[in-house]
Design a protein around this ligand. Structure first.
Ligand SMILES: [Zn+2]
Length: 535
């Protein structure tokens, strides 16, 4: 007899539905899985066998064939355990009492049912997308990519999903479908045979965006460095990449850590995108739901290019994708290996990374705000007022040359972070708190969201392409003259000119101005210090 259970698999960060077909025939006891099973799928047999036997059901000693359709896509992970176990039980008529459709007269158990908007009746096996890893005792363990699966189920018009209990909060943010959580195989069997129920949960995503928990660091604690703090506010408001240059101990890392506390609130769409990536990477905490705070990733400079970009035998998103929607902070930028910095160029340009594999290629979103910090020279005191640099000119040049021009070109804001004079450190006056700065950032970001409402994929000024500049960056007459002078005097490249315009747009948004004024241009030009001719 043949049974068909709906399940799903994840490719990249999106899921597609998979039919798990189970055929049980007379013959010597065998268990074959076809449809390009990889790694953990091939091992499902042992877990399924133990879970069925320990659940008090009969494991058929016959010829069992499992087909995962569509057959031409590789399938990895342990999420097929539960649908395979249910398929075996259904095909051996151990799911008696389960409502089964025979729409087309075939003897199949669990044919795909009607879409969600059709009348609600008793649970029908084929109406649900089912996934979960089985423990040997039949308990259900969490799997990766559940949010993507729930979104796919809704897209395909399925009635709902049945997921391990630990993944329920993640699936439940998808509206308009039935999201059910189960703790064991017998619980799922009881649900379909009408002997029990499963926990049903629906979560309003908006209710998860609660900022009442205070951050453990705050900009209010930073004394001095008003110029750097302002630069970070502008960067956060417009999503601009930022590079901080200054001697050791000037507080670059401290400032960067606080950048996370002033990032604008995420929209629901942004949160869904980021959560999908974290879920696929297995980075969501147990019972976790949406990622509602922008991520702040700070990989060490010894990271490999695969760790940064993603990939590996069983491809996983890298740091650039985990930072999607948030900040990727690279401290001691020149210490990163050159090939590692080179691979940053594609995500910085395209907002995504493509990982090539033998048979196919995967794409992970990777649009992040790059924040980087570096010393001005190997010893750190080049250009410092108080201390003498001990590096030769050549050493300084070699140090700076580790950063390629194309990389520097993609960083909008350069800011010098000098050592803080003692008198500033000893004052009691502290600057704005993170909450106050974030309010300004949020206001500026709201203006941008309205501006780009009809440009899908653009959330902030930093994402504008050259063609958008003419449309959205209206410059007042005085500002235009100032901009021309600055370009001529500083010999700015065309790219640098575009950067100045984008930053000026963000500064004008922070000021609530519709047109870019001279003051906005002159502040924006200050943030291009590394473009200025040396000497
Ligand atoms: Zn030095």
């Amino acid at each position: 007899m043949l049974a068909r259970i709906r399940s799903a698999a994840v490719l990249g960060v999106d899921a597609y539905l998979v039919d798990v077909e189970t055929d049980i025939a007379h013959g010597l006891p065998t268990f074959v899985t076809v449809g390009l099973p990889q790694g953990a799928v091939k091992e499902a047999r042992e877990r399924v066998y133990a879970a069925i036997a320990n659940g008090g059901y009969d494991f058929p000693l016959r010829r069992i064939t499992i087909n995962l359709a569509p057959a031409d896509v590789r399938k990895d992970g342990s999420a097929f355990d539960l649908p395979i176990a249910l398929g075996i039980l259904a095909a051996t008529e151990q799911l008696n009492g389960a409502a089964v459709r025979h729409d087309d007269g075939r003897s199949a158990v669990g044919e795909p049912g009607p879409p969600a908007h059709l009348p609600v009746g008793p649970p029908v096996l084929g109406d649900y997308v089912i996934l979960g890893e089985l423990g040997l005792e039949g308990d259900l363990r969490p799997v990766r990519g559940v949010l993507s699966v729930a979104l796919a189920a809704r897209r395909e018009g399925c009635r709902g999903v049945i997921v391990p209990q630990a993944n329920l909060a993640e699936a439940a943010v998808v509206r308009d479908i039935d999201t059910l959580g189960a703790t064991s195989l017998p619980e799922v069997v009881a649900y379909f045979t009408g002997c029990g129920s499963l926990q049903r949960l629906a979560v309003d995503p908006v209710s998860l965006f609660d900022r009442s928990v205070p951050d453990d660091v705050d900009f209010g604690e930073v004394r001095g460095q008003e110029h750097a703090k302002r630069a970070l506010e502008v960067a956060a408001a417009g999503g601009h990449n930022v590079l901080m240059v200054g001697p050791p101990g000037s507080g670059k890392t401290m400032l960067a850590r606080r950048l996370a506390t002033i990032l604008p609130d995420m929209t629901v769409d942004e949160a869904l995108e980021t959560t999908k990536i974290h879920s696929v990477a297995g980075m969501l905490p147990p019972g976790g739901s949406l990622v509602t705070r922008r991520p702040f990733r700070a990989p060490h400079h010894t990271i490999s290019d695969a760790g940064l970009i993603g990939g590996g035998t069983h491809p996983r998103p890298g740091e650039v994708s985990l930072a999607h929607g948030g900040v990727l902070f690279l401290d001691e930028l020149p210490e990163f290996r050159k090939n590692v910095l080179e691979v940053l160029r594609q995500p910085l340009e395209d907002g995504a990374v493509t990982i090539s594999r033998a048979a196919s290629s995967l794409c992970y979103p990777a649009r992040f705000m790059l924040a980087a910090a570096m010393n001005p020279c190997p010893c750190g005191y080049w250009g410092d007022q108080g201390r003498t640099c001990t590096c030769g000119v050549l050493a300084v040049e070699r140090y700076l040359a580790r950063l390629s021009g194309p990389l520097l070109d993609r960083i909008d804001i350069h800011v010098e972070v000098p050592a803080v004079p003692y008198r500033e450190l000893s004052t009691d006056r502290s600057g704005d708190s993170s909450v106050a700065i974030r309010e300004r950032v949020n206001r500026a970001r709201t203006v941008q969201l309205e501006r780009f409402a009809k440009r899908p994929g653009i959330y902030a000024n930093a994402h504008m392409g050259p063609r958008d500049l003419g449309r959205y960056c209206r410059v007042s007459d005085g500002a235009d003259a100032l901009l021309r002078t600055a370009i001529a005097r500083l010999r700015l490249s065309a790219r640098a000119y575009h950067r100045v315009l984008k930053i000026a747009r963000t500064i004008a948004d922070l000021a609530g101005a519709a047109a870019i004024a001279p003051a906005h241009i002159s502040e924006a030009v200050q943030y291009r210090s590394l473009d200025r001719p040396v000497g």
